[in-house]
Design a protein around this ligand. Structure first.
Ligand SMILES: C[S@@+](CC[C@H](N)C(=O)[O-])C[C@H]1O[C@@H](n2cnc3c(N)ncnc32)[C@H](O)[C@@H]1O
Length: 323
């Protein structure tokens, strides 16, 4: 399992960039960027190197942790997966690429695409001294145009990106990403009802085009959750001192909520493990867990008297795949 915390090489590169960079200036910029996001805006608000650094300080640890958690879930279902090539769509500072490098020692060739000059420049700077990422190719441009020109890759990732694309373009982008996917496409979005809705729309559309779900769902059928419920997960990550300063935070950790789907070309063989959809409730008499199973939604109760099952269910955590 890959750790949800930023790898040492990336931390060192970031520390280098942060020398002499005012934390209060960064905090002001990060607050403005997040206000833009909350108001329905996008990363167009990131225009300068200082904006890009402020964004990275405030958000990269959390989006990295969400991508790692999604990749860990994918690898658990597909332990044989050993992609050689990666396409990171809407790569920004290179978050998903750094996560994929940690998760897959097999990766050798990296292509990143993004329209934002400031984030692209920072990504290239951060990767410059990395053993495995110093030769990344980073195309600047609108996603669909850049994707159309890109070579297909074993693993295609779009992390926290679809939400910046208009509703009508999302379908076309999903089709294009799928067309460029040789093995697996991973899409990660914020764990909000709207983020989940985007994931489900893309999931349904691509299943219609022949995709199979590796994670989180143990089936290719319709999502059994109904509004106001939505499928999302939570990943805890540590905050560095700079991260805390920029966010004006007091706690040394945060929990990132995210939704995701990993779609593969080949169907997943064998019996599918169920997905734990919320933190199970442990009481004196039983463990109550909400599971997405191959047959649909199940509110499972494991009585304390079933000793072995109870001991196993005690280890279940929100997001786990369990048998
Ligand atoms: C919230 S950032 C996420 C960056 C990165 N994937 C991550 O997880 O940290 C969204 C990224 O998508 C890029 N983006 C949004 N719309 C795009 C488009 N139409 N074409 C290319 N890039 C786009 C933005 O420039 C930005 O870098």
């Amino acid at each position: 399992m890959t750790s949800p915390d930023l790898p040492a090489e990336l931390k060192a590169a970031l520390d280098g960039k942060l020398r002499g960079f005012s934390r209060s200036d960064a905090a002001g910029r990060a607050a403005l960027i997040s206000k833009t996001y909350r108001g329905g805006g996008n990363s167009g608000a990131i225009r300068s190197e200082a904006d890009a650094l402020a964004y990275v300080l405030a958000r990269m640890p959390a989006t990295y942790a969400a991508v790692v958690a999604s990749l860990n879930a994918l690898i658990e279902i597909r332990p044989d997966l050993a992609p050689k090539t990666l396409l990171d769509v809407g790569a920004g500072p290179g978050t998903a690429t750094w996560a994929a490098v940690e998760a897959f020692p097999s990766l050798q060739h990296f292509t990143l695409l993004d329209a934002n000059d400031a984030l692209r420049a920072l990504a290239l700077d951060l990767a410059r001294d990395s053993t495995r990422l110093r030769n990344i190719g980073y195309e600047r441009g609108e996603a669909r145009t850049a994707l159309a020109k890109a070579d297909a890759a074993d693993l295609v990732v779009a992390s926290y990106m679809i939400n910046e694309i208009g509703d009508t373009e999302q379908r076309a982008l999903a089709e294009l990403m799928w067309a460029k996917t040789q093995d697996t496409l991973l899409v990660v979005e914020p764990g909000t009802p709207a983020g989940y809705a985007r994931i489900i729309a893309l999931r349904d559309h691509l299943i219609g085009l022949g995709a199979h779900v590796a994670a989180p769902c143990p089936h290719d059928g319709k999502c059994p959750l109904e509004l106001p419920d939505w499928c999302h997960f939570s990943q805890r990550l540590q905050r560095s001192r700079a991260h805390m300063q920029v966010k004006g935070a007091e706690l040394p950790f945060e929990d990132e909520r995210f939704s995701y789907v990993a779609l593969t070309r080949a169907p997943i063989e064998g019996r599918r493990a169920s997905r734990v959809l919320a933190q199970p409730a442990v009481s004196k008499v039983e463990i109550a867990a909400k599971l997405c199973t191959a047959e649909g939604l199940s509110f499972t109760k494991v009585p304390r008297r079933a000793k072995a099952d109870f001991a196993a269910a005690r280890r279940w955590r929100w997001g786990d795949a369990v048998c």
